[in-house]
Design a binder for this molecule. Structure first.
Ligand SMILES: [Fe+2]
Ligand SMILES: [Fe+2]
Length: 135
């Protein structure tokens, strides 16, 4: 896999992390109950850290982080819909990172992706606990 291809993949991830951090920041202010709101706010900061880690990998390989995100889907204005959307985002990330870890042959990149993957699994678990608590 050449450098350009790796930069392209890293930028796809960077934008996804940007979208997740914006969605979580917004939702954390909309959510009324304290516990899911605080958890979502804390996780939005994790997603921004993921952006930094990815941006560093991109720049070190001669690329530039892209900020061209899609239209944001927040999961609506109710807590259940928001938590479901957030779980969906984490699952998409988990699937994508798992696939990339198997395919990318750059050791440094794989190391960072594994670290991010572990955190996304923890995020999904945190959101699932909050969703279960609604039932
Ligand atoms: Fe993330
Ligand atoms: Fe996450």
């Amino acid at each position: 896999m050449d450098k350009e291809e790796i930069i392209k993949i890293l930028n796809v991830n960077f934008v996804r992390e940007l979208e997740a951090s914006m969605i979580y920041v917004r939702n954390s202010f909309i959510m009324e109950p304290c516990d899911p709101s605080r958890v979502t706010e804390a996780i939005s900061v994790d997603e921004m850290r993921h952006m930094w880690w990815l941006a560093e990998l991109i720049v070190n390989r001669g690329g530039k982080p892209t900020m061209e995100h899609k239209e944001l889907d927040f999961g609506g204005d109710d807590l259940k819909g928001q938590l479901e959307r957030q779980i969906e985002l984490e699952t998409e990330g988990i699937n994508l990172y798992t696939k990339q870890i198997a395919e990318i042959d750059d050791e440094e990149v794989v190391g960072v992706l594994k670290h991010i993957l572990d955190e996304e699994k923890r995020h999904r678990k945190e959101f699932r606990i909050r969703l279960e608590a609604l039932k």
